[in-house]
Design a protein around this ligand. Structure first.
Ligand SMILES: C[S@@+](CC[C@H](N)C(=O)[O-])C[C@H]1O[C@@H](n2cnc3c(N)ncnc32)[C@H](O)[C@@H]1O
Length: 215
């Protein structure tokens, strides 16, 4: 069973402005994010295209653009993308659904997805990984993050707005097994403690995975 996609979209439409105001400069306060994104830039090199899936207001898309990457952003929520386009008018953003991508097979050199799977059930994570694998070029890199744990939390208030959505934590065994099931090679999983006073105090993970060059 999956979480209703409409509920996720409605949630981010509702908090779009507040989410953008809260998170648009978050990488300034998160040294590990910056190191990881620099590494992603080095790994991708000059390959294109690169997409930020579940890009939200585009803070990661912008950070990577400033590092010289040619990258576009995609998100479910049109209202969140209005914020992204307003903040970063020179970057291309479009709506889309990670569970049903409209890209051709083997089309994309790199995908970054920071906290984009946090509203997915385990079945939906599996489906998203399958879709991302399908659209990546052989050798393509997939970098994503999640909150570590086993819980599912129902949220009815987010950034002082009324919402109705579930928020999922994942353990790294599940994530790595699901990547392997979808034929990804895991390059590295990096876990860290939260930055106190900077973010919600959950343990975080960054994963670098790759579609094999030869299958
Ligand atoms: C927690 S926010 C993360 C946003 C941004 N990447 C960040 O790090 O702040 C989750 C984002 O994923 C988007 N999202 C959720 N499900 C999605 C889906 N199926 N397809 C595309 N985007 C999705 C939401 O609209 C939201 O903007």
């Amino acid at each position: 069973m999956g979480q209703e996609i409409k509920k996720i979209e409605t949630t981010y439409n509702t908090v779009a402005k507040e989410y953008a105001e809260t998170f648009f400069q978050e990488h300034d306060k998160k040294p590990m994010d910056r190191e990881i994104l620099k590494r992603f830039t080095r790994d991708i090199g000059s390959k294109t295209p690169v997409w930020d899936f579940g890009c939200g207001p585009g803070q990661t898309t912008k950070y990577l653009t400033d590092l010289g990457m040619d990258i576009c952003g995609m998100d479910l929520s049109p209202k969140v993308l209005e914020q992204a386009k307003k903040l970063y008018p020179d970057i291309h953003f479009q709506t889309g659904n990670m569970l049903k991508l409209t890209f051709e097979n083997n089309a994309i050199a790199g995908v970054v997805a920071f906290y984009a799977i946090v509203h997915f059930t385990k079945e939906q994570v599996d489906a998203a990984f399958g879709e991302i694998f399908r659209v990546l070029q052989p050798g393509g890199i997939f970098l994503f993050t999640y909150h570590i744990g086993d819980d599912t939390i129902h949220i009815d208030e987010f950034l002082d707005k009324k919402v109705d959505v579930d928020f999922m934590y994942f353990n790294t065994d599940f994530i790595e097994n699901t990547l392997t099931k979808n034929e990804f090679n895991i390059i590295e999983t990096i876990e860290r403690e939260p930055y106190p006073g900077v973010e919600v105090e959950t343990r975080r993970a960054y994963v670098f995975a790759q579609k094999p060059l030869v299958r």
